[in-house]
Design a protein around this ligand. Structure first.
Ligand SMILES: O=P(O)(O)O[C@@H]1[C@@H](OP(=O)(O)O)[C@H](OP(=O)(O)O)[C@H](O)[C@H](OP(=O)(O)O)[C@H]1OP(=O)(O)O
Ligand SMILES: Nc1ncnc2c1ncn2[C@@H]1O[C@H](COP(=O)(O)OP(=O)(O)O)[C@@H](O)[C@H]1O
Length: 301
């Protein structure tokens, strides 16, 4: 029995009869192939990625496992439709906090139509993509008590569109905090999970640094409009379960193109920028938890 995922934070969602991803109880994520080139491009990417001998084994873990395609009933009620069958990277978490960060200051690929480039450029300009090299595309923050809906916060696209560098820093700090899963700008994030999630030898920062090393040398693919997904489970971490630890996965390969022997400096630049934000949060002392809001007011504990 396929169902709508609870933990999807961005992209096309299978709500209100729209075509979107579905999951099963066996840990699979069914992403519908879009009817234009995007669906077939993403299938081609997974096929070539998985058969590409130049991709180091250590890098494979940053990509969802690909189980091929399958025709299943679409979420919009339109009947049978081909879907990518991917590993559901959220399936091992009871109640994950999730952040989708679209990497790159430029989300359009060189071969795209003028109309598409304009649409992407407009979004890159109004969001933090051009200024920061990435934008937060989706977010779900969960409170410390599992399964209590009122303790989770999933901001809408509008809220995420206009974030400054300070706002992004605040959001990343909230992502690793046990308090205030809300858009309240006056809230001081306690960063209770900063070491467990961002820091440490298995944390987000180490994972991003490993990815960065690969992006410094790989000249196989250019990953336009692709996202870094960060997930972890607060309750499991609080209970000392190692299974709640943070993972980094790359998702959305509808616009991956051949690198033609060149470094993907667009992705690499965005990744370095995200790494800098996360390193700064790990390094900043606790008394810098309270960050200025949009008016420059500094909130205290
Ligand atoms: O038009 P929208 O607003 O739904 O745009 C989608 C984007 O949502 P956004 O507004 O940037 O959060 C969406 O971005 P996210 O995955 O949500 O970050 C995709 O870029 C999507 O395009 P594609 O399927 O990757 O080709 C975009 O979808 P298309 O409309 O290009 O199919
Ligand atoms: N393999 C996966 N497992 C679990 N969740 C996923 C997976 N792939 C994508 N998602 C969820 O779906 C969202 C949108 O995915 P994406 O591939 O970007 O779709 P779209 O092409 O519609 O933008 C992500 O932000 C994430 O929350």
């Amino acid at each position: 029995m396929l169902k709508i995922p609870n933990h999807q934070v961005a992209g096309h969602k299978a709500i209100d009869g729209i075509l979107g991803p579905l999951i099963d109880d066996s840990g699979n994520f069914y992403k519908p192939l879009q009817n234009d080139d995007r669906g077939s491009n993403e299938v081609s990417f997974y096929e070539s990625f998985n058969s590409e001998p130049r991709v180091p084994k250590s890098i494979l873990k940053y990509f969802p496992i690909f189980h091929g395609t399958k025709i299943v009933n679409a979420s919009d009620g339109s009947g049978l439709h081909p879907h990518l069958v991917l590993e559901d990277v959220a399936s091992c978490y009871p109640n994950p906090s999730v952040m989708d960060v679209k990497i790159g200051s430029r989300t359009w690929y060189p071969q795209a139509s003028e109309e598409y480039i304009k649409k992407c450029l407009d979004k890159d300009r109004v969001t933090s993509s051009i200024t920061l090299g990435f934008r937060v595309s989706g977010l779900k923050l969960v409170g410390s008590v599992a399964n209590e809906d009122d303790l989770s916060w999933q901001p809408d696209r509008k809220f995420l569109q206009n974030l400054s560098a300070e706002d992004v820093k605040l959001l990343l700090s909230k992502f690793v905090s046990s308090n205030m899963p809300s858009e309240d700008a006056a809230a001081c994030p306690d960063r209770a999970f900063v070491e467990k999630v961002f820091g440490g030898s298995n944390g987000v920062l180490e994972q991003l640094l490993e990815l960065k090393k690969w992006f410094e040398v790989q000249t196989i693919f250019h990953f336009y409009s692709c996202s870094v997904l960060m997930l972890y489970d607060k309750e499991s971490l609080l209970n000392g379960k190692s299974s709640g630890g943070a993972v980094v996965k790359l998702v959305d390969f509808a616009h991956v193109v051949d690198a033609e022997g060149a470094i993907d400096h667009n992705f690499l630049g965005g990744l370095c920028s995200l790494i800098k934000f996360i390193s700064d949060i790990i390094a900043s002392p606790d008394d810098e938890n309270c960050i200025s809001n949009n008016n420059g007011t500094k909130y205290e504990h």
